[in-house]
Design a protein around this ligand. Structure first.
Ligand code: SAH
Length: 218
């Protein structure tokens, strides 16, 4: 059943925006989207009270909905503008996809767990979100829809996923948490017009791992 979005939820989102501001998020377009997307729609009804805490939360299949701060931080780093095509790897709950779509971005999001893909698809439909979700292996990206203006990886990649850089337009930006252990470094890669790249490091975050293709994982 579709949940309701009440004044109480809207009030909780205002508080969340203030918390994100206090933690250093300054991007008004991102904060506006946080105010407009009902994060509690992405939670099981038993856990609605947790939806507006600035915390990651389990969404089943051993995965999590990213912490709002992380979603806001990545959305800001991506420097996505309305109308741009963005490839997201790791749909998970669909919340990050919904935030970018609210910002006017054309979102193409890939998830490797079928149950999460289905749930996210339903929720995004309930929200009338323009974000499109695909079931598949993020390491392969979405060649049929490439090239993209931006690529956002929301799971921890053990190594730089080079194939995804190939689906990025010249002048495009990829944001990806890279690291083999418990935590990753948030990397931003700018692909220059001549195809060379410029990489910057934006601090340490913790993501669930980017896993190999189901078929090759056995
Ligand atoms: N963006 C999500 C965060 C999800 S957590 C949100 O807003 O809720 C990361 C997700 O990446 C998990 O759902 C996990 O199943 C998915 N994932 C891991 N490896 C993947 C791969 N190779 N391709 C696509 N998705 C992958």
């Amino acid at each position: 059943m579709k949940p309701q979005d009440t004044y109480k939820h809207q009030g909780l989102r205002k508080l969340l925006i203030e918390e994100l501001r206090a933690k250093g998020i300054r991007n008004e377009a991102v904060l506006k989207a946080v105010g407009e997307v009902p994060r509690h729609f992405f939670f099981d009804s038993a856990f609605l009270n947790f939806a507006y805490a600035d915390k990651a939360f389990p969404i089943g299949a051993g995965q999590t909905i990213s912490q709002p701060y992380t979603v806001a931080f990545q959305s800001d780093l991506l420097k996505a503008e309305p109308g741009m095509k963005v490839l997201e790897i790791g749909t998970g709950s669909g919340y990050q996809a919904a935030i970018l779509a609210k910002m006017g971005v054309k979102v193409f999001s890939v998830e490797r767990q079928r149950s999460l893909f289905r749930t996210a698809q339903h929720i995004l439909r309930d929200l009338n979100s323009t974000a499109k979700v695909f079931y598949g292996d993020g390491y392969k990206g979405l060649p049929a829809f490439a090239p993209f203006d931006r690529v956002l990886v929301t799971c921890g990649a053990p190594d730089m996923p080079e194939a995804l850089l190939g689906q990025l337009k010249p002048g495009g930006i990829m944001v990806v948490p890279v690291g083999k252990g418990e935590s990753q470094k948030m990397m931003r890669i700018l692909k220059k017009d001549d195809g060379s790249t410029e990489v910057t490091d934006h601090g340490v975050f913790k993501f669930v791992p980017m896993l190999p293709d189901k078929a090759s994982a056995g």
